[in-house]
Design a protein around this ligand. Sequence first.
Ligand SMILES: *Cc1c(COP(=O)(O)O)cnc(C)c1O
Length: 434
Amino acid sequence: MDVAELNAKYPITKDLAAKKETLWINPDYGKDAQLELSQEDLFDASARFERFAPYMAVAFPETAAAKGILESPLHRLNAMQKHVTAREGYDLPGALYLKADNELPISGSIKSRGGIYEVLKIAEKVAIEHGMLVYGDNYAILNQPEFKELFSHYGIAVGSTGNLGLSIGIVAAKLGFNTTVHMSMDAKQWKKDTLRSKGVNVVEYDGSFTKAITTGRELAAKDPSVFFIDDEGSTDLFLGYGVAAIRLQKQLKDMQIPVDEDHPLFVYLPAGVGGSPGGTTFGLKTIFGKNVHAIFAEPTHVPSVVLGMATGMNDKISVYDIGLDGLTEADGLAVGRPSRLAGRVMKTLLLGIATFDDDRIMKYTAEMMDQEDMKLEPSATAGFAAMRAAQGYLGEHYNMANATHIVWATGGMLVPDYEHERNYKIGEALLNDK
Ligand SMILES: *Cc1c(COP(=O)(O)O)cnc(C)c1O
């Protein structure tokens, strides 16, 4: 289909090509569908994280206090709720929270969920196949030298814009795997440096993320001892992200925040390939059902998931096909082609997607430092943009008086201070502009 045909058939593609901020509401939301993943898959992933918790606690001492379970806090955002709604001029009935995956151990990003999960699953499979591990073992034994020796005969490879490579690289290298991360040009230098310091083989590409992941996949396919973790279609990544929902349900209960017909939950998530927000949303819909609603946020220069879902073409179309450049300050979202899996699974589970101008996330990044003293990476603030864009629609369709809003902050803890300062200056200048 050429661009003219595409525009005629799917008018939204005109707005996307023009880089207009757009709110897409999913026409298939809430319809009955046979999902390819189940609640059983989700609980299987959760149980695997628990088997590995004793290993995590010894291999990564920073996780010992939480007994090797990687989880992030849920923070109430009082000051930010007042400030951002006043500045952007809209009402937000209900209460605003931040799911602080920027504080997740190991990668300081949401990728500590999916990326680490898939590495652990591979390690378990290899160790069991070699008769060195059984399910009932205390998995802390995986930290012993004979396992490092075993894993050194295997490779793990991944293509990444940065954070996925960080989470996978750090854990895979610690286990002893020969680890290769194929990095796109958007990846920050400090992420490459961190990985190299841990013994990870970092391969850099001039081209886009799509080029890095495609080349990585081809190289890995030539060597049967290499496991390629495929951000464009891995079910395991997806399920690792999904486990967040089980944990969030407990956090909300502990904080006495109800989720029911009168207290709907709205979750706003940044999307790159759509894997982390898609997996999380799958988990949320599985756990909370009809009283939770998810909305994704994407840069106007890189609206890959909305382009795929609105046209139904999913991974068969990229933002380059409609003439976009794919460039953004949100390096975690700089992915021109969506995952094969996300659009398919999200078809009936996702309420909508909002696109945003980069200026917004630079302002949110500075505001979060000013109002809440929290340091996020720009990608991680994109949920605030989806929240703003959706309120008009939500007010017309849902009972918002007692709503709970969660902006899912996807990364930031490992970002060096010079980088935070740079982002702050840009955001602050934009805020002072008007
Ligand atoms: C990876 C990432 C995302 C988006 O996740 P996808 O699985 O690519 O959709 C959002 N924010 C940050 C900080 C990320 O690293």
